[in-house]
Every structure is written in C-alpha cells, then in structure tokens.
Design a binder for this molecule. Structure first.
Ligand code: ATP
Ligand code: MG
Length: 230
C-alpha cells in the first residue's frame, strides 16, 4: 500500500531523516516507534507532503506520489491524524466533520455517520465547539475527521499521548476495528503495550534512521525495548 524508499528530510540545513525505507503492506498495521525527537512526526509530514523529501521516493498504491501536494494525497486516499489532537477549535464538532467531507469530494453521504458510529461519545456533542472538548474527545474527533474522507491508508501520530486511560481504550478499540475491516494503518506510538497489542509489524527510528524493523512479536524483546527506553 505504501513504500518509502531512501527518504532524506531536512529543516533547512539540519537533516533529520536519513535514508528511511519502510513498507506498509495492504491491510496491515505498522507501528513506528522511537524516543522523543527521533523524527517520527517529520516522517509523517513527509508522507503527507507537508515537508519535501531531499531524496528518496514515496509510492502509494503503485503510484509515485513523492512530489504531490497534501490535498492530492488526501484525495488519493491517505488520511492523517496529526500529533496533539489538532481540531478546528472555533468550529463545532459537526462543522469539523463537514469540512472534511467537503474537502474529500469523493466521500459518500453516509461517511460522517459512519465515522460517528466509531465514536458514539461525539454524537451528543455535535453542536459544541471543538475547542471546548476534552483532549480525549478532541483526539476522537481528529480520528473521525480523518475517516470522513474514507481513506485506504490512515496515518496516526501518537493518538494516545496525554489521553486518559478510559479514552485510550476506546481509541484502541476503534483502531482494532478499522484494522479488522481492512484499513492499512501507520501508527506512531511510544506506548509499547499498545503497540504490542495492535501492530502486525514495527519500525524503530533512532536519530532519524531506521534502527530496527520486524514482526510485532519482536517488540517484547529486550533489544527492542532498549531502543525505546530513555
Ligand atoms: N520545524 C522544525 N524546524 C527545525 N527542526 C525541527 C522542526 N521540527 C522538528 N525539528 C527537529 O527535528 C527532529 C525530529 O522531530 P520530530 O518532531 O519529527 O520528532 P518526533 O520523533 O515526532 O518526537 P516526539 O516523540 O517528541 O513527537 C528534532 O530534533 C526536532 O527538534
Ligand atoms: Mg512527534
């Protein structure tokens, strides 16, 4: 579904990603892990076209999308949930979803309803301004908003960060359900137990390079834990 080959990314003269290659097979859930500041968010920004790659290629579903603008990637079927549950705070919950529906012209009329089915907690809050929701509710809204576009690949940047445990469980259930239904998922996650429960495969970044990758069964190994410990 997604193939990243030899990607370098820099902020001005400061290079942050070095020769990163990874693969998200169709219908799989791949966890990208690594300590703070190793380049996980930078990688997702590059995959969404929010940052250019100074070398390397990104291939989505058989098409080279390396030079594509973010909107074109969204329309092609890549959904993105940024780090820090970024929602449109001045808009209501309903308007947040409506905007996403309008942007992704291809989404069917029931797309908003289906996204809300996944997070029933949001239904009574549709008229509330998103800025007044709790962090956990905002995270659910950010995921629902990405799903309204009916993506084939979903990129999630630390959806459990700073979220209370009961909502983490709801988010986990939602991700498990999406995975079961065949969505391909790249999940950035630092919470190892969450990754062990959800992932098929993992990639650990360290100082902007792929330090290790493999099947999720390896995540319990001490050598992997060591790459993630601070
Ligand atoms: N806009 C920017 N300009 C310059 N350097 C940046 C910028 N954004 C991030 N960096 C640097 O790039 C490196 C990788 O940052 P990034 O946000 O990708 O890490 P991360 O793995 O997502 O970290 P975290 O786990 O804290 O979210 C860090 O050293 C960071 O300081
Ligand atoms: Mg990050």
């Amino acid at each position: 579904m997604l193939t990243v080959s030899g990607v370098d990314v820099a902020y001005g003269r400061s290079q942050v990603l070095f020769d990163v290659s990874l693969e998200i097979p169709d219908r799989s859930l791949v966890c990208v892990m690594g300590r703070n500041g190793v380049g996980k968010t930078t990688l997702l920004h590059a995959l969404m076209g929010l940052l250019p790659c100074s070398s390397g290629r990104v291939n989505f579903d058989g098409t080279d999308i390396t030079g594509w603008r973010p909107e074109r990637r969204v329309k092609a079927g890549i959904g993105y949930v940024p780090q820090g549950h970024e929602v449109f705070g001045q808009l209501t919950v309903w308007e947040n979803l409506q905007v996403a529906w309008e942007v992704s012209a291809a989404a069917k009329a029931s797309a908003i309803d289906e996204a809300l089915d996944l997070f029933p907690r949001l239904r009574p809050l549709l008229k509330r301004r998103a800025g007044f929701l709790s962090g956990g509710q905002q995270q659910q809204l950010a995921i629902a908003r990405a799903l309204v576009g009916q993506p084939r690949l979903l990129l999630l940047d630390e959806p459990t960060e700073g979220i209370q445990p009961s909502i983490i469980l709801e988010i986990e259930e939602a991700i498990v359900g999406l995975h079961r239904d065949g969505l391909s998922i790249l999940l950035v996650e630092q919470y190892l137990d969450f990754a062990i429960r959800l992932a098929d495969r993992y990639v650990v970044l360290d100082a902007g390079e792929v330090a290790r990758a493999g099947p999720a069964s390896e995540l319990a190994e001490a050598s992997v834990r060591q790459l993630l410990s601070v």
